[in-house]
Design a binder for this molecule. Structure first.
Ligand SMILES: Nc1ncnc2c1ncn2[C@@H]1O[C@H](COP(=O)(O)OP(=O)(O)OP(=O)(O)O)[C@@H](O)[C@H]1O
Length: 364
């Protein structure tokens, strides 16, 4: 295991910024921590980097304890590379000097370190910018220098704290590609912090959804979307309606019909409905459309259905119009236990409903 977090805790005064986080992260994994502002993501990363001391629990890298309340390995002895939102480049050095620095300070000769630095600059397509100062680069280029410097450090573990947060959307998408390529090349275990779920889904092998200092769920992007552990995760990832109902033998009562749903729940439930669970144009229900907008090839909107407390998210390849009423059917869903506000751990949950033949029948 590359990185093991065991019940780690960190408070600032009375505020628990990281409140009992555990995870096992595999060698070479791209692990994304996703959560809203203030949920404790950066504190978690700083703890792993060794920039903060732990109050409780343990952090181990490659099986070696790095942090515990009694023991603290300093950041420079952890073999961890860090890329922050602000690029933290040395303004007085040119690009080549910035990238060569970790190699030289690791004991490499000046000539060798500059040769290696050039190779890393080639990786991020910046070899022609070697002589520039950071101030003469765009935000994206600076971020690439920071990545090259991280590569040059040769760390087995790379921590990235919202590295794309300051970039415009186009540049972000391009840099996402670059970070994915960087990871394929370096194969370093990567812990990547973001509050952008689209970015998380695009990059991660697994995502931990964090709220109030705790991991709500750790799963693949698909697992999070299709089998959220609780309503909070369901609402945070993608579009959904979360409806209170009862599920008996895999059937949920929704708008006067029974709908077969996934999830190992029998009794009071919350059912998560995604756009893929709503068939538009055909079905026993009527939906009044609102908030319709065109999202490149797909129309998205909400459908208000009598008897449902929340509008359903819908998507269509044929044009939708605000205010129009369309027939629709609910073809599936994912059930969460209502009493605990949580479904069983995803690993114990049965296969997802996707693709399952579902029939909506009138409630007797
Ligand atoms: N050095 C500090 N002293 C006091 N409180 C702190 C300190 N660092 C962080 N906090 C508090 O701990 C909580 C978690 O902060 P943290 O920076 O980890 O959140 P975050 O999820 O990274 O947020 P953001 O996405 O806005 O950067 C916040 O309430 C923050 O105000």
């Amino acid at each position: 295991m590359a990185l093991t977090l065991t019940d780690i805790r960190k408070s600032f005064g009375a505020h628990a910024a990281v409140d009992g986080v555990s995870a096992e992260i595999d060698d070479g994994e791209f692990f994304v921590v996703l959560g809203p502002s203030g949920c404790g993501k950066s504190t978690l990363l700083r703890l792993v980097a060794g920039l903060e001391h732990l109050d409780g629990g343990e952090i181990a890298l490659g099986g070696r304890t790095m942090s515990s309340p009694e023991h603290h390995v300093p950041p420079e002895a952890r073999d961890v590379g860090v890329v922050f939102q602000s690029y933290a480049l040395w303004p007085h050095m040119d690009v080549l000097g910035n990238v060569a620095f970790p190699i030289e300070s690791g004991g490499g000769s000046r000539r060798k370190s500059r040769e290696d630095a050039r190779a890393h600059l080639r990786t991020v397509a910046l070899e022609d910018f070697a002589a520039r100062r950071p101030a003469e680069l765009s935000g994206g280029q600076r971020q690439r220098v920071a990545l090259a410097r991280c590569l040059a450090g040769g760390a087995r573990t790379v921590l990235m704290d919202e590295p794309l947060a300051n970039l415009d959307p186009h540049l972000r998408a391009a840099m996402e590609e670059e970070i994915a390529a960087f990871h394929r090349k370096a194969r370093a275990t990567t812990i990547y912090i973001t509050h952008d779920q689209r970015e998380a889904m695009a990059l991660a092998s697994r995502v931990a959804v964090m709220a109030r200092g705790q991991f709500q769920q750790i799963a693949t992007p698909r697992g999070l979307y299709e089998r959220p552990a609780n309503a909070e995760v369901a609402r945070f990832i993608g579009r959904s309606a979360v409806l209170d109902t009862t599920v008996l033998s895999g059937s949920a009562a929704l708008a006067g019909r029974y709908v077969a749903v996934g999830g190992d729940v029998n009794g009071p439930a919350q059912v998560v409905l995604r756009p893929g669970d709503v068939a538009l144009g055909d079905g026993p229900l009527q939906g009044r459309l609102s908030r319709v907008f065109y999202r490149g090839g797909v129309w998205e909107g909400l459908a208000e259905v009598q008897g449902l407390a929340e509008p359903l998210p819908v998507a269509s390849h044929v044009p939708l119009r605000d205010g129009e009423t369309v027939p629709l059917g609910i073809t599936g869903g994912w059930a969460l236990r209502r009493d605990m506000g949580q479904s069983p751990a995803p690993s114990q949950a049965p296969g997802h409903h996707a693709g399952r033949q579902v029939t909506a029948q009138p409630v007797e």
